[in-house]
Design a protein around this ligand. Structure first.
Ligand code: ADP
Ligand code: MG
Length: 720
């Protein structure tokens, strides 16, 4: 195999030493593991089986040689060529900079090899007369055809070519391919990979996939014979890859299900619905009727909270579908049962708005609602924390401040996380961990609160099945009545004057306007400056209107005052940064201008646009852009113009960005997938699910071996 021959690209300090990484691990007494073994461990390659499952990202075909003349003829085609020849000259030149120039020749011609960085040992290795096997791309250089930094290897005349494609593995700095190939090759030969899938699973739910034995697939992927389709290997559509992906997805499905089941084992306070309690009086004062969809999800949540196990539910509903009220009703149920409820939102503006709305609804009914945010003065904060701790506060609303160490709840029974995709796994966990002394009527130490997560970012089905397989999902698929659809237009930045005229017109008709400033990701200071300038321009251009400005750096009290003025229609135009992106609810606002819309992502645009169209007036969203647009920006803006359906937008967003970026903060199931791609391999998920079900039900031993093979200690990602 190729890795066993000395490789000049291999730094001697990292050459494989006596201890293979697997042995270094299993026999810790035998001395310090080599630095390369430590690096392997850092990559998660600790056990032999980890090495076996470390699969190539691509291949190089070193199974044949090309005559030098032919390689030169193909120069510039961007394809690598492998040639062999004798070194005819070897010199270090200094113009234009220090470099090693080696010329090799075969019967058909001569080729220059150029090295800009090189070791002294390389110069010696490529001495005149040495026979070299060289692989690289031939380019038409200034002095004729040449290869820059090719891979070279001294060979004996007539030395056999490999009969397999050469794998190229994912690696970190300091680990050479040669070392990896050797380590993996060793692991492959000493590690039997017996089938973990029982016959009835292979012949039952997976029958249609006609899976090949795993060990064959691994062998093939590590050392493919040249006749295998390189393309199918490279794009991972080869049947051998399918087998790997299925096994991986299966491990993921099993562990998500187990995490789900483990959660059901925990205790949570039961909160039966009481007639005549807070819930009843709240529904009586509510200024509107719940939509059918809201009623349905309220029932689903209520049933969960009645059970003695923790709810772990995701409430999905498009922007403006009315999730807040659903959360409030759940809080009422918890309070009725004698518990506290907490509602956490990602931004202070949103949290504050929730606080105002919910305290306006609930305080008159005698429910103490407490506000907790980072911006509170020390004394106010101490007071708030004391009310939470004493149990006097029944509903606690706030930002991340809720999960600080100093905050202890007396009897937390329900935690609600709004816009949950904005929080990381750790933060959501922290709020759940706040149960503290959540001693119910019958205190139990392992009691955890019920958890409701809310999100307006709809997750397409296949993603939900993998990322959220351990969650129960409720969907509000209906908007409150009386909304008129939002009309979206794209406007070239050059027509700014017309847009300003339009703002004027809308305000004259008694409507309110949001003007969103461009996102400047590189610099917050610049973003702020732009916001202030935009504000000044608009104040000057619209002298008869009241214009306000809100941004992230404004002191909280001022921020609140501006939002207040806008809510109460004392301001007609609100110039804002993306601080208003989520949740803000001012139904009278019906015109939204977004500057440099091409800089925003689809989800963000959808959220921003969702700030209008909340009342009965016809709403308009103007997306101002600066030409020329990049192809993806064009695609995003076209999507925004064509649809207001959050699910459709999410689907296209996923298409444009891919699942990793789409979900933002790392979600639990994601970390487990290395090979399966949720876009191209989504269809495999259903097979994996069916197989997981059968294995969990009938083959507990196989479940264990399969999980340990694929996850080997990475299951903690699922604890969220
Ligand atoms: P989101 O799901 O985006 O969080 P909100 O909870 O902010 O939506 O609700 C959007 C607006 O719709 C609010 O002004 C809210 O009071 C109103 N609303 C919610 N439910 C209904 C309903 N059933 N009928 C009428 N208006 C409703
Ligand atoms: Mg909301």
């Amino acid at each position: 195999m190729p890795g066993t021959v000395p490789d000049p690209t291999l730094d001697p300090a990292e050459a494989p030493d006596t201890a293979t990484p697997a042995r270094a691990k299993t026999a810790p007494g035998s001395g310090k593991p080599s630095s390369a073994a430590a690096r392997l461990a850092k990559m998660g390659l600790r056990r032999s089986v980890d090495l076996v499952l470390h699969l190539p990202m691509r291949y190089e075909d070193e199974t044949s040689l090309m005559p030098v003349a032919e390689a030169i003829r193909r120069a510039g085609l961007g394809q690598p060529a492998q040639v062999e020849g004798e070194v005819v000259s070897n010199e270090v030149t200094f113009r234009p900079r220090r470099q090693l120039v080696v010329k090799i020749a075969d019967d058909t011609g001569e080729l220059t090899l150029r090295f800009l960085n090189f070791y002294g040992s390389q110069t010696r290795q490529m001495a005149e007369g040495v026979r070299l096997r060289v692989r690289g791309e031939v380019r038409g250089g200034f002095f004729g055809a040449e290869m820059v930094h090719p891979t070279v290897r001294p060979v004996a005349p007539g030395e056999a070519l490999p009969d397999r494609l050469t794998p190229v593995y994912p690696a970190t700095a300091g680990i050479s391919q040669a070392y990896l190939r050797k380590a993996i090759g060793g692991a492959l030969s000493r590690t039997p990979m017996p089938e973990t899938l029982p016959r009835p699973v292979l012949d039952g739910p997976l029958a249609r996939l006609k899976l090949r034995p795993l060990s064959d697939c691994l062998r093939l992927l590590h050392t493919p014979p040249p006749q295998e389709s390189e393309a199918a290997l490279a794009d991972r559509s080869h049947p051998a890859w399918q087998r790997i992906k299925l096994d991986e997805l299966l491990a993921q499905q099993i562990s998500l299900r187990r995490a789900h089941a483990a959660r059901r084992e925990k205790n949570a306070p039961t909160m039966p619905r009481r007639e005549g309690g807070l819930l009843t009086s709240f529904l009586a004062v509510l200024p509107f009727r719940l939509t059918g969809a809201q009623q349905r999800v309220v029932e689903e949540i209520a049933a969960d909270m009645t059970a003695p196990h923790p709810m772990h539910r995701l409430l999905q509903g498009d922007v403006g579908s009315g999730k807040t009220i659903v959360a409030a009703l759940a809080a009422c149920q918890a309070i009725d049962a004698g518990y506290q409820a907490a509602l956490m939102a990602p931004t202070e503006i949103l949290a504050e708005q929730h606080f105002r709305k919910l305290s306006a609804w609930l305080e008159p009914l005698g429910v103490p609602v407490v506000w907790l945010a980072g911006s509170l003065k020390a004394r106010e904060k101490r007071e708030a924390v004391a009310r939470v701790e004493s149990g006097e506060a029944k509903l606690v609303i706030g930002t991340h401040a809720l999960i600080q160490d100093t905050v202890r709840f007396a009897r937390l029974g329900l935690s609600v996380v709004d816009e949950q995709h904005r929080f990381g796994v750790a933060q959501r966990l922290a709020l759940r961990g706040k149960a503290g002394a959540a001693a119910g009527p019958e205190p139990a130490s392992d009691t955890v609160p019920h958890q409701l997560m809310m999100s307006a970012t709809p997750i397409p089905r296949t993603l939900a099945m993998t990322y959220y397989a351990d969650l129960d999902v409720s969907v509000i698929d209906e908007l409150p009545p009386g909304r008129t659809p939002i009309v979206t237009r794209l406007v070239n930045d050059a027509r700014r004057d017309e847009v300003i005229e339009r703002v004027h017109h809308a305000a004259a008709e008694g409507r309110q306007v949001y003007w969103v400033c461009p996102l400047i990701e590189e610099s917050e200071a610049l973003q702020l400056q732009t916001a202030v300038e935009t504000y000044e321009t608009l104040v000057a251009a619209l002298p008869d209107l009241r214009v306000g400005l809100v941004h992230g750096r404004l002191p909280p009290a001022e921020k609140a005052a501006v939002m207040d003025d806008f809510s109460a229609n004392r301001l007609q135009v609100l110039v804002a940064t993306t601080v208003i992106e989520v949740g803000v609810d001012v139904p009278n606002a019906s015109l939204m201008v977004i500057e440099h819309a091409e800089r925003f992502g689809l989800a963000q645009l959808h959220q921003l646009r969702g700030r209008v169209g909340r009342g009965s007036a016809e709403s308009v969203c103007l997306l101002m852009y600066q030409a020329p647009l990049s192809p993806t920006a064009r695609e995003r803006l076209a999507t925004m113009r064509e649809t207001t359906d959050g699910f459709e937008i999410a689907r296209r967003d996923l298409e444009i960005r891919g699942p990793g970026e789409f979900l933002g903060a790392r979600q639990s199931g994601e970390a487990m997938l290395r090979f399966a791609d949720l876009q191209t391999d989504a269809w495999l998920v259903e097979y994996a699910q069916a197989a997981a079900e059968m294995m969990l039900e009938r083959f507990p031993d196989a479940v264990e071996t399969h999980l340990s093979r694929w996850l080997g200690g990475r299951e903690h990602y699922l604890k969220a």
